[in-house]
Design a protein around this ligand. Structure first.
Ligand code: NAI
Ligand code: MG
Length: 368
C-alpha cells in the first residue's frame, strides 16, 4: 500500500512560518515515528497570485482533489486588498472548500491544563474540556433562496432563507456520528425545532440516521439558545455537537473562546468519503495570515500543529499518534514555553515560532 498523501499549502503571512514547524513534525514521523507521508507542497492565496496571477491554479485544485488530506496555513494580506474580488487570496480558499464540497466544518475546543487559567471561566469549568463542534458549511441560512433586499409597499425588506434538504442533513449527521465513534461516542444535535420547521426536519433526519446506522452512539437534541447557555455553564457535558451553518458559526466561536488564544485553535473541513473510505479533508488553523507579526518569528505554530493532529485522527486513523502530538504540546506548555500571544503569566519563558516547534519535536522524541 502506498503512503498516505498530504498536500501542504502554506499560503501567506505567517502561513509559511507555522507550516515549517508542522513539516518538522512530519519529518520526525518519517525518521523516527514510523509514519511516512507522500508530501507535496504548492501555492495558495497571495503567493499563488504573485507567481501565477490567480489565487489557486487548476493544477493545484486537481491535486487537492486527489490527495488524502490538504493542510493549509493562511491566506491574505494588505498587499492584496486592492485586487479585484475574483483574484483575492480568500477566493483560493473558498474554491478549495467549494470544489471539494467540504460540508462539515470541525472546530474543537480543547483545554490544555497549562493554559487553564488563561480562560475567562473558572478553572474547574474548563479543565479537561475536549469538545467538538461540527458545523454544516455549505447550505442553510447563508445560501438559501430567496435572498436579497426587496421593495415591499413603501419600504424595503431584507430576506434570507433557512433551507435544508434531507440529504444535506443526513450527510453532516453521518460525519458527526463517525467522529463521535473516534472520540467520546456522544452527539448533541442542535437546532430550534420549537420555532423553525427546518429545525423539525433536522431533528427528524438526525434521529433517523442515528437509529438506522449509529444506534451505538449516544444522541440527544438541544435547542440552540440552551446550547449557548450550557456551553458557558457546563461545557464538559458535550462531546460532539452537530448543528447548522449559522448556529455553528456562532456556537463554534463561543466554544473556541472557552479555552483561549487564536494561536491555539485548529480546524478541519470534511466532505464525502472517497474511494479509499477516507473523507475529503482540509485541515487549517482558525487564525489568518497575521500580517502584523509576519516574518518576525512571533507566530504561535500550535494551531497548525494541532490541525495536523486532527488529520492524524480523522483522515489517517492514527488516533494514538494524534494523542501523542497533543500530549507533546501539553508537555511543552507545562514546561513554561510560550509564544508571544500566550505571555502574561509569571514564570513563563518567551520563545520564537521555531523554538516552539523544536520543543514539540523534542517532546515527541521523549515520548518514544
Ligand atoms: P488574524 O487571525 O490574521 O490575526 C488577528 C490577530 O491575532 C492579530 O493580531 C494576529 O497577530 C494574531 N494572531 C493570529 N494568529 C496568530 C498566531 N498563530 N500566533 C500569534 N498571534 C496570532 O486575522 P486578521 O488580522 O483579521 O486578518 C489578517 C489577514 O488574514 C487578512 O488578510 C484576512 O483576510 C486573512 N484571514 C485569513 C484567514 C484564513 O486564511 N483562513 C482567516 C482569517 C483572516
Ligand atoms: Mg465566525
Amino acid at each position: 500500500m502506498s503512503n498516505p498523501s498530504l498536500l501542504i499549502l502554506p499560503g501567506d503571512g505567517i502561513g509559511p512560518e507555522v507550516m515549517a514547524e508542522v513539516t518538522k513534525i512530519i519529518d520526525w514521523y518519517g525518521a523516527k515515528g514510523g509514519l511516512k507521508f507522500d508530501v507535496s507542497e504548492d501555492l495558495v492565496g497571495g503567493s499563488a497570485y504573485d507567481k501565477y496571477g490567480v489565487p489557486l491554479t487548476d493544477e493545484t485544485m486537481a491535486k487537492a482533489q486527489e490527495v488524502d488530506a490538504v493542510l493549509l496555513g493562511a491566506v491574505g494580506g494588505p498587499k492584496y486588498d486592492t485586487l479585484d474580488f475574483s483574484l483575492k487570496p480568500e477566493r483560493g480558499l473558498l474554491r478549495l472548500r467549494k470544489e471539494m464540497d467540504l460540508f462539515a466544518n470541525l472546530r474543537p475546543a480543547q483545554c490544555f491544563d497549562a493554559l487553564a487559567d488563561f480562560s475567562s471561566l473558572k478553572i474547574d469549568v474548563v479543565a479537561g474540556l475536549d469538545l467538538m463542534i461540527v458545523r454544516e458549511l455549505t447550505a442553510g441560512l447563508y445560501f438559501g433562496e430567496p435572498r436579497g433586499i426587496f421593495e415591499e409597499g413603501n419600504e424595503r425588506v431584507g430576506i434570507n432563507t433557512q433551507r435544508y434538504t434531507e440529504s444535506e442533513i443526513d450527510r453532516v449527521a453521518r460525519s458527526a456520528f463517525e467522529l463521535a465513534r473516534k472520540r467520546g461516542n456522544k452527539v448533541t444535535s442542535v437546532e430550534k425545532a420549537n420555532v423553525m420547521e427546518s429545525g423539525v426536519l433536522w431533528r427528524e433526519v438526525v434521529q433517523k440516521v442515528h437509529d438506522e446506522d449509529y444506534p451505538d452512539v449516544e444522541l440527544n437534541h438541544m435547542y440552540a439558545d440552551n446550547c449557548a447557555m450550557q456551553l458557558v455553564r457546563a461545557p464538559k457535558q458535550f462531546d460532539v455537537i452537530v448543528t447548522d451553518n449559522m448556529f455553528g458559526d456562532i456556537l463554534s466561536d463561543c466554544a473556541a473562546m472557552l479555552t483561549g488564544s487564536l494561536g491555539m485553535l485548529p480546524s478541519a473541513s470534511l466532505g464525502a468519503p472517497m474511494a479509499n473510505g477516507r473523507p475529503k479533508a482540509m485541515y487549517e488553523p482558525v487564525h489568518g495570515s497575521a500580517p502584523d507579526i509576519a516574518g518576525q518569528g512571533k507566530a504561535n505554530p500550535i494551531a497548525t500543529i494541532l490541525s495536523f493532529a486532527m488529520a492524524l485522527r480523522y483522515s489517517f486513523d492514527q488516533g494514538a499518534e494524534a494523542d501523542r502530538v497533543e500530549a507533546a504540546v501539553e508537555t511543552v506548555l507545562a514546561s513554561g514555553l510560550r509564544t508571544a500571544d500566550l505571555l502574561g503569566e509569571e514564570g513563563v519563558q518567551p520563545v520564537s515560532t521555531s523554538e516552539m516547534g523544536d520543543a514539540i519535536v523534542a517532546a515527541l522524541d521523549a515520548s518514544l
